[in-house]
Write a protein that binds this ligand. Structure first.
Ligand SMILES: Cc1cc2nc3c(=O)[nH]c(=O)nc-3n(C[C@H](O)[C@H](O)[C@H](O)COP(=O)(O)OP(=O)(O)OC[C@H]3O[C@@H](n4cnc5c(N)ncnc54)[C@H](O)[C@@H]3O)c2cc1C
Length: 417
C-alpha cells in the first residue's frame, strides 16, 4: 500500500506530503492537510473521543479531526448518570450532583427520589480528560464527505476543507448529519429528529428540574440543569416543526434568568445503521441518543467504547474490518428494542390529556415504580465498559427480539408517528 503516514504527536515532523502544518487552522490560516493513517476519527466530542481513547496504546496511528478545537463548542446540557463519570474516570469534570428529579406540570409538581444520582459536568474539561487518555493526533478540519479513493487499497478517503485524508478504518462521530453516509435525504423537519435549544445564564440552583407543560412545548419538555455557577435552561421538542426559541426564552424569563449563551441542535430519536460503506458510526450519527429523554452522552460513550474495542481488535490483528463491522453492528442491533420502547413512550406522552398529567406523574412517583423504571432505564447503557461478547450480548436481547434488524425497522415505521 502506498502509505504517507501522518506525523505522530511528539515526533519532530512538521510536514505532511511536504506541506506545512500549524496548530491553528481557522479561515485563511487553515493549511493543507492530507495523508493516510490507521484510524481516522471524524468528530471530537463524546463518541469520537471515546473511540480514540479505546485505541490508546494499541500502536495504531489515530487521527481525530473536528471543525472546532477539542471541547470548544458545548453540544449539550451535559447531564449524565454520575456512575458513568465514575466508571470512565471523568469525575474531575463533575460540577453538581442530584439525588432527585423535580417534575413540574401545570397541575402540580412532584419530586422523584432517584435510585442513582445524576450529575452535570463541564464540557470542555470532560473532553480534555478524554483526550488526555488518548495518544492519537488531533487536527481541526471540516469534514465535507467521502472522497473517491486514490487507489484500490481498501482505504476510505474523506474530503475535508484542508485536503483528503484516508484510512482503512474510518469513524463518523460527527453528529446527526452523518456526513460520511451515502446521503439518504435525512433532513429536518421530515427526518426523525427532535430539536433542542438552551441558554446558559450565570446562576445556581439546587434541583434538577423538568417541565412537562404545553405552554413551553406541545410534545417534549423543558429543563433547568444547574452546573455549579451556571444554569442550563432549555426546551426540547419531539416535533421538529415546533420552534423552541421563543419558549426557551419564556422558560428562562419565568425563572428570572438571563437569556444568554445559546446552544442548540437537532437530536436524533431513531437508530440508524451502525456501519455503512465501510464507515463506522457512533453517537448521534448512528441515532444513539435515547428517545423520550434525549439523553445521548452516555450512549455516545457506551457505543464509542464498544466500537473502539472492535477497531482495536483490527489494529492488533485479531480480526479484519469486516469482522469488526459485523460485531459492532450486532452489538448495536441488540439494543434496538430498547430504543423502540423509548420511542413508543415518546409518542405516548403528548397524547396524555393535560388534566391527567398531574395525577399520572404523582402515580408514577411511587418509590417502587421509580426504582424499577429508572433501574431499567440506566441498564439501556449501563455505566462503564459495555461487553460485546456473545454471552452478554444475549443479555441485551429481548425475548422476542430475534427478528432481523430490517424487520424490526419495518415494525417501528409501521407504528407511525
Ligand atoms: C440543547 C441540547 C441539550 C442536551 N442535553 C443533554 C444532556 O444533558 N444529557 C445528554 O445525555 N444528552 C443531551 N443532549 C444530547 C447530546 O448532546 C447528544 O446526544 C450528544 O452530544 C451526542 O454526542 P456525539 O459525540 O455523537 O455528537 P456531538 O456531541 O454532537 O459531537 C459531534 C462533533 O462533530 C463535530 N462536527 C460536526 N460536523 C462536523 C463536520 N462537518 N466537520 C468536522 N467536525 C464536525 C462537532 O463540532 C462536534 O464536536 C442534548 C442535546 C441538545 C441539542
Amino acid at each position: 500500500m502506498d502509505r504517507h503516514p501522518l506525523p505522530r504527536p511528539g515526533v519532530a515532523e512538521d510536514t505532511l506530503h511536504g506541506m506545512p502544518v500549524r496548530a491553528t487552522k481557522r479561515g485563511d490560516d487553515r493549511t493543507p492537510l492530507e495523508g493516510n493513517c490507521d484510524v481516522l476519527i471524524c468528530g471530537a466530542s463524546f463518541a469520537g473521543l471515546a473511540v480514540a481513547r479505546e485505541l490508546a496504546g494499541s500502536g495504531a496511528e489515530v487521527l481525530v479531526v473536528d471543525r472546532y478545537e477539542i471541547g470548544e463548542r458545548q453540544t449539550s446540557a451535559c447531564g449524565i448518570p454520575t456512575d458513568w463519570l465514575r466508571a470512565t474516570g471523568l469525575m474531575e469534570a463533575e460540577r453538581q450532583r442530584f439525588g432527585s428529579l423535580l417534575i413540574h406540570t401545570p397541575h402540580g409538581s412532584r419530586r422523584y427520589e432517584l435510585p442513582w444520582t445524576f450529575s452535570t459536568f463541564d464540557y470542555r474539561e470532560l473532553c480534555q480528560l478524554l483526550w488526555e487518555g488518548c495518544d492519537g493526533r488531533f487536527e481541526t478540519a471540516k469534514v465535507n464527505g467521502r472522497a473517491a479513493p486514490a487507489n484500490g487499497d481498501g482505504a476510505i478517503a474523506v474530503e475535508t476543507d484542508r485536503g483528503v485524508l484516508s484510512a482503512p478504518l474510518v469513524v463518523d462521530a460527527l453528529g446527526w448529519r452523518r456526513v460520511l453516509a451515502s446521503g439518504d435525504g435525512f433532513q429536518p423537519p421530515d427526518a426523525p429528529l427532535s430539536r433542542g435549544l438552551e441558554v446558559h445564564p450565570d446562576g445556581s440552583g439546587e434541583d434538577l428540574e423538568v417541565w412537562i407543560d404545553r405552554r413551553y412545548v406541545p410534545a417534549g419538555y423543558g429543563w433547568s440543569f444547574p452546573a455549579g455557577d451556571e444554569l442550563r435552561i432549555g426546551v426540547g421538542s419531539f416535533d421538529p416543526r415546533f420552534h423552541v426559541r421563543e419558549t426557551t426564552e419564556l422558560l428562562a424569563e419565568d425563572l428570572g434568568r438571563d437569556r444568554v449563551r445559546y446552544q442548540g441542535n437537532w437530536i436524533p430519536h431513531e437508530l440508524r445503521r451502525a456501519t455503512e460503506g465501510g464507515v463506522f458510526f457512533a453517537g448521534d450519527s448512528a441515532g444513539h441518543c435515547l428517545p423520550l429523554t434525549a439523553e445521548g452522552i452516555r450512549t455516545a460513550l457506551y457505543f464509542g467504547i464498544a466500537l473502539g474495542r472492535e477497531l482495536r481488535g483490527v489494529v492488533e490483528g485479531r480480526q479484519d474490518r469486516e469482522a469488526a463491522a459485523a460485531a459492532y453492528a450486532a452489538f448495536h442491533d441488540t439494543h434496538e428494542w430498547k430504543f423502540r420502547w423509548m420511542l413508543r413512550a415518546q409518542r405516548l406522552v403528548p397524547r396524555v390529556p393535560p388534566r391527567l398529567l398531574g395525577p399520572l406523574i404523582r402515580l408514577l412517583g411511587s418509590r417502587r415504580f421509580v426504582d424499577w423504571s429508572f433501574g431499567h432505564y440506566l441498564r439501556i447503557a449501563p455505566p462503564g465498559a459495555p461487553s460485546t461478547n456473545d454471552e452478554q450480548r444475549a443479555d441485551q436481547q429481548q425475548p422476542d427480539a430475534d427478528q432481523p434488524l430490517g424487520r424490526q425497522r419495518d415494525l417501528v415505521e409501521a407504528e407511525g408517528a
